[in-house]
Design a binder for this molecule. Structure first.
Ligand SMILES: [Zn+2]
Length: 459
């Protein structure tokens, strides 16, 4: 199956994007790792948060900034192209009656409804993956290489794509079979039970993700360098996080991005650092990032997000209930889609979902950005490493725009902008200068959990 899919996909992608590879531009130079806060950000009697922020931002060379702005702004358009492209695929499947044909084929293979749904799903996912491949290849392979963010050659990248497809076949299969069973059994109230089942499904997926899904793509190991883990675990325990483990993931296999995250649910919840952060980040920077991740953990951001999602998904399913009724009433016969319980309705569901989530882009981004801002402030207080936090923001500037306009930030940013993050850190520093000042007679008070950034402590 894999081979056949690949042999079909290759001619298409070479025809469409072969030139893109040949013309790949030289990789972006990574922003220099900062070893010392700039002069304006050093503690002094006239410390000014605005000037300190500007001094940090000036560390990014103009060419590097122009490039990461172009990368990030291109991402805005990709939201639109992704929406239009997937809508087009759904409309093709309906109008050309491919969806109806896939349903008929599934019905010839078995008389069991659940299996018919599953067979339909397999055909649907293979076909839409193939049709969607040119955009997928451009967005996640060609473009990532153009901007120097990708580290994989085509073979291993394609291997990961195949793994994703397999995960989609299995997990998506379970979800689709379950949801269509609900629609068949509960003709009038399926939308409310469907919403609840979707929430349960997403919760389980989040819970199994760090233990069963992440290891499919990357090696996840316990971090056991006491130089890194001791201050992190001290900070964790000081904030009531009952763990003795921090994890690391070999993200450098795929990307040059530095990052860390909180994943899992209940017993599987954990903090993971990627190896790019471990390799390039100073101890202060790693602690600042960990403080941020601990904020997500302590403030229960994943359970809160699931509550937000519950509201969203109930609204979505009621919209779906009316939207499907309306569209099937108008075009159902033409598309040969019988009713809501007919698996051939799936492209229509995906089309309506695409419209719903496209329109809600600013709402979804604002929900996550608000949580990220909370985690930023928590992290500054927990780690007390404003310069480490500014360093992290500079590193993230390799793939994020630093200074968007207010509307731009509201609509497109799922994290506070780099400017906002550095400015918050410098305001915090300005109000806690005594932690960083040294007088000749008296050693500086030690910030918890480790020393203030000094040239000797920083990498
Ligand atoms: Zn975060």
């Amino acid at each position: 199956m894999n081979l056949r899919l690949r042999s079909l996909a290759l001619p298409v992608l070479l025809a469409v994007f072969g030139l893109g590879v040949a013309q790949a531009q030289p990789a972006i130079q990574p922003t220099a790792d900062i070893t010392q806060p700039p002069a304006a950000a050093q503690p002094s009697a006239h410390f000014d948060a605005d000037a300190a922020t500007e001094a940090y931002l000036n560390l990014i060379p103009p060419a590097a900034r122009a490039r990461s702005d172009a990368y990030f702004e291109g991402g805005y358009w990709l939201i639109l192209w992704g929406f239009l492209y997937s809508s087009l695929i759904s409309l093709l499947l309906l109008h050309l009656r491919w969806s109806a044909r896939m349903r008929d084929l599934a019905a010839r293979l078995t008389r069991f409804k659940a299996l018919q749904t599953l067979f339909y799903w397999v055909q649907y996912l293979l076909l839409t993956t193939l049709l969607g491949f040119p955009l997928e290849y451009y967005q996640n392979f060609v473009r990532e290489h153009q901007y120097g963010l990708a580290t994989q050659t085509f073979g291993p990248w394609m291997g990961d794509e195949m793994k994703s497809l397999l995960v989609g076949l299995i997990l998506g299969g379970v979800a689709v079979v379950g949801l269509f069973a609900i629609v068949r059994k509960l003709e009038k109230t399926w939308w409310i039970w469907g919403a609840i089942a979707s929430l349960a499904f997403i919760t389980v997926t989040i819970a199994i993700s760090p233990v069963y899904l992440q290891p499919i793509f990357n090696k996840v190991t316990r971090l056991n360098d006491p130089k890194v883990t001791t201050p992190i675990l001290r900070m964790a325990h000081a904030n009531g996080i009952p763990t003795n483990d921090v994890y690391q993931i070999d993200a450098s296999k795929q990307t040059t991005r530095m990052s860390a995250n909180v994943s899992g649910f209940a017993n599987t919840m954990r903090i993971t650092l990627n190896d790019n952060l471990l390799r390039r980040g100073s101890p202060e920077e790693i602690q600042a990032v960990m403080g941020h991740e601990m904020g997500h953990y302590v403030m229960n951001h994943i359970p809160k997000f699931l509550l937000f999602f519950l509201v969203l998904i109930v609204v979505f399913f009621s919209y779906l209930f009316w939207g499907l009724k309306w569209a099937l009433g108008r075009w159902g016969e033409r598309w040969q889609v019988h009713d809501v319980s007919d698996p051939a309705v799936l492209p229509l569901v995906v089309l309506l979902a695409g419209v719903f989530f496209f329109v809600l882009t600013p709402v979804l981004n604002t929900e996550t950005r608000t949580q990220e801002k909370e985690a930023d402030m928590f992290g500054l207080n927990a780690a007390r490493q404003p310069d480490g936090f500014a360093q992290a923001a500079i590193h993230l500037a390799e793939y994020r725009k630093m200074r968007p306009g207010p509307m731009e930030e509201y609509v497109f940013f799922d994290h506070p902008s780099g400017y906002d993050r550095i400015h918050s850190a410098m305001v915090w520093k300005g109000q806690n200068l005594e932690l960083f000042e040294k007088t000749p007679s008296q050693p500086a008070p030690q910030p918890v959990p480790s020393a203030a950034p000094t040239p000797s402590a920083a990498q």
